[in-house]
Write a protein that binds this ligand. Structure first.
Ligand code: ZN
Length: 258
C-alpha cells in the first residue's frame, strides 16, 4: 500500500493542468457565410401586373429575370438567394416582406416592369421607400404596385418603417443601393428613364432591417421595351447588371459576412 502512494505522488505533481490558472475557452469566430439576397419578382397568380402593348404579362417577365439573376448570384458560391415567390402564385406584399425578414436577408430587390398611358415612354427606373413621393408618376406607380394587395401600406405604416429604417441606417443603404443600380445600368447600356432614382410609399419596401430597392426593368406599354423584355438575351443582360450592382453595393466588404 505504502509503495503505491509514493509512486502516485510525482505523477500528480507533474500534471501542469492541476496548478495552472484556468484558461478561458477560445472565442469562436463565426464562420463567414455568403450574404443572403432576397429577390422579389412582382405579382403572380391571379395578379398579372402590367400588361404589354402586345399582351405580355409583367408577372412572367419579372420571374424570368429573377431566375437568371438567381443563377448568376449563386454561381461561384458568392451569395445565398431566396425568392419571395418561385412559381406563378399570388403572394401578398406583407407576406413577401415577412419572408425576407424571417430569412434575415441582407438585401431586398423587388423586380417589376411598368406600364404608361403613353406608349412612347420607355426605360428602366429604380425606386426606394419614402413617405412623400418624389413626383406624381412615382406616387401613381406605388399605388399601382400596392394595389394587388389587400393590405395596402397606409402612410402611417410607411412612416413607422422609415423611422425604424433611419435608426438602423437602412434608408441610406437603400438609397445607395438604388444609385448603384442606376450607375450600373447606365454603364451596361441599359436604357434608363430621366431622373431614374425616384421615391414613393411602396408597401414591399418596408423591412426595417433590409436595404431594399424596387427596379422597374422597362415599360411593357412601349412596344420596343416589351419586345426586349421577352428576349432571353436582354433578360440575361438585365440580370448581369443587377448582379454587378449587388457586387458594387457590398464593395470591399465582399459577399461574405462574419
Ligand atoms: Zn409591378
Amino acid at each position: 500500500m505504502f509503495r503505491r502512494s509514493v509512486i502516485a505522488l510525482p505523477l500528480i505533481l507533474s500534471a501542469p493542468s492541476v496548478w495552472a490558472a484556468p484558461q478561458k475557452a477560445p472565442v469562436k469566430k463565426p464562420f463567414p457565410k455568403p450574404r443572403l439576397i432576397a429577390l422579389d419578382p412582382g405579382h403572380g397568380g391571379r395578379d398579372p401586373g402590367a400588361l404589354g402593348y402586345n399582351g405580355t404579362q409583367e408577372k412572367g417577365v419579372v420571374i424570368a429575370v429573377a431566375r437568371e439573376l438567381q443563377k448568376l448570384l449563386l454561381s461561384g458560391n458568392s451569395y445565398r438567394v431566396m425568392l419571395t415567390r418561385s412559381t406563378d402564385t399570388y403572394v401578398p406584399l406583407r407576406e413577401r416582406v415577412a419572408r425576407a425578414q424571417e430569412a434575415k436577408a441582407d438585401l431586398f430587390l423587388s423586380i417589376h416592369a411598368d406600364s404608361h398611358s403613353s406608349p412612347e415612354v420607355r426605360g428602366a427606373s429604380v425606386y426606394t421607400l419614402s413617405e412623400a413621393a418624389s413626383d406624381r408618376e412615382a406616387e401613381a406607380l406605388a399605388a399601382r404596385e400596392n394595389m394587388g394587395d389587400t393590405a395596402v401600406a397606409p402612410s402611417s405604416t410607411v412612416a413607422r418603417a422609415l423611422v425604424a429604417m433611419a435608426q438602423r441606417g437602412t434608408v441610406n443603404d437603400s438609397r445607395r443601393l438604388a444609385d448603384t443600380i442606376v450607375g450600373t445600368f447606365g454603364r451596361s447600356g441599359i436604357r434608363l428613364l430621366p431622373h431614374t432614382h425616384r421615391q414613393a410609399g411602396f408597401a414591399v419596401l418596408t423591412s426595417p432591417d433590409i436595404p431594399a430597392a424596387l427596379v422597374e426593368l422597362g415599360y411593357l406599354s412601349n412596344p420596343g421595351d416589351e419586345k426586349l423584355l421577352t428576349v432571353r438575351q436582354h433578360q440575361v443582360a438585365l440580370a448581369r447588371a443587377l448582379r454587378a450592382s449587388v457586387d458594387a453595393h457590398f464593395g470591399s466588404s465582399g459577399a461574405l459576412k462574419a
